[in-house]
Design a protein around this ligand. Structure first.
Ligand code: FAD
Length: 384
């Protein structure tokens, strides 16, 4: 049995690892010649970390995961702590730690785990043909490949999705711009073992420790889409948007390297029911494209892969196994996308009264409610 895997992102590499565990041969095709991730880092929550261990890649998490032991929210303007607590109860409840990781390092190590020379780079799929027993991918370089099934992990702008659904889907602008990057750890910005978030005016500034003595940072600002801003104006743009904000925020802006800071207009796709067609399955962002507001897009791609593997462990018929994958994943991924959308709206001031109510809640939060929310999301994954 041979699977064509389209895309060598987190989803594609997880899917390949999961199918290999079931003795299924995989050929991986990646559009770009060199991987250039759109974001600097990712928080892999415990559901994702468990999936990585299940797929034999736990060592990557252990090596790359930053020491994130505490969580705090601070008032953006005064810097006053609104809430601050240990994440230890969460670790104890789910028996795993969260791992904020460099995205480039994660993708690179996942590809190395599989074997870099076995991934076919520069292969951009443009057309799919399928019969009951085979799938053929046609690439823009004029070549093609045929297998018994296809796992389409070709991201949020998936080409294969239109074939599976029979229609194109629009991406929805979520209403805010995210800048992200890495800086050296500086305790004048935030404690070195804490996920720290400054909030105010529907904006936020977040800092997380990753391995190698670095902070992953991101700034979110509600803005119209299509502004003429880029790397060259990043420092002055952020200085303007965060004028009057607390000293650690200014220190962070002064520390960033515009050359390595990404600016992304955040989108998602309204969840849909169909994730598969016969012997083709969508997986990762091609199947469920979410805002990053609960840090679950990559984690859920890993979950997809684990469930796909579980389906093939139980069922040998391709169509039945793939249908079973869809049934097992559909509601979980819809729930995560909508949860993230809701969180996105509250965080980014879609209705400022609701956002203010959230700020007020944070001032009386002792950690329990946030930990329950995180725990429920994590335990909703396939490995509990
Ligand atoms: P991708 O990572 O997009 O990979 C798709 C791959 O397919 C790419 O390598 C691409 O080049 C390739 N490809 C595309 N088209 C073709 C084609 N036609 N032919 C062949 N190959 C193709 N998730 C988390 O879990 N935690 C977080 O903290 C988090 N933070 C985020 C922050 C930001 C700012 C953003 C934007 C996202 C964040 N996410 C997070 C989401 C996460 O990045 C995605 O969910 C994850 O990368 C999805 O992986 P994927 O493999 O499905 O898609």
């Amino acid at each position: 049995m041979k699977a064509l895997i389209i895309g060598a992102g987190i989803g594609g590499m997880s899917a390949a690892a999961a199918l290999k565990q079931q003795g299924i041969e995989c050929e991986i095709f990646e559009a770009v010649k060199e991987m250039k991730p759109v974001g600097a880092a990712l928080s892999i929550w415990q559901n994702g970390v468990k999936c990585m261990r299940h797929l034999g890649m736990g060592h990557i998490m252990d090596e790359l995961g930053g020491p994130m032991h505490n969580l705090a929210y601070q008032d953006g303007f005064t810097g006053d702590i609104m809430t601050q607590f240990s994440l230890k109860p969460l670790l104890e409840a789910v028996s795993e730690r969260p791992c904020p990781v460099s995205r480039a390092d994660l993708q690179s190590q996942m590809i190395d785990f599989w074997g870099r020379d076995k991934v076919q780079f520069g292969k951009r799929i443009e057309k799919v043909e399928q019969t009951d027993t085979s799938v053929t991918a046609y690439f823009t370089d004029g070549t093609s490949a045929t297998g018994d099934m296809m796992i389409a992990a070709d991201g949020t702008r998936s080409i294969v999705r239109a074939h599976v659904l029979g229609k194109e889907l629009d991406r929805r602008y979520a209403g805010y711009v995210n800048w992200n990057g890495l800086v050296n750890i500086d305790t004048d910005i935030a404690p070195a073992d804490q996920w720290t978030t400054f909030v105010g005016e529907g904006k936020r500034v977040s800092i997380m420790p990753i391995a190698g003595g670095r902070f992953y940072f991101f700034f979110d600002v509600p803005l119209p889409s299509g502004l003429k801003e880029d790397r060259t104006t990043v420092v002055s743009d952020l200085k303007g948007y965060f004028k009057g904000w607390a000293k650690p925020v200014q220190t962070l802006i002064d520390a960033i390297d515009p050359e390595t800071t990404n600016r992304i207009e955040i989108h998602d796709i309204t969840p849909f029911d169909t994730l598969v067609k016969g012997n083709i399955a969508l997986l990762g962002d091609s199947a469920h494209s979410t805002t990053p507001d609960i840090g679950q897009g990559g984690c859920s791609a890993m979950e997809d892969a684990v469930v796909l593997g579980q389906c093939f462990a139980e069922i040998k018929d391709i169509h039945t196994a793939i249908k079973s994958y869809e049934e097992k994943r559909r509601f979980r991924v819809q729930d995560l996308v909508l949860k993230a959308r809701k969180r996105c709206d509250v965080t980014h001031g879609k209705n400022m009264q609701e956002t203010q109510a959230w700020y007020d809640e944070l001032k009386i939060e002792e950690g329990d409610n946030i930990i329950i929310g995180l725990k429920n999301t994590i335990q909703g994954g396939p490995l509990g």
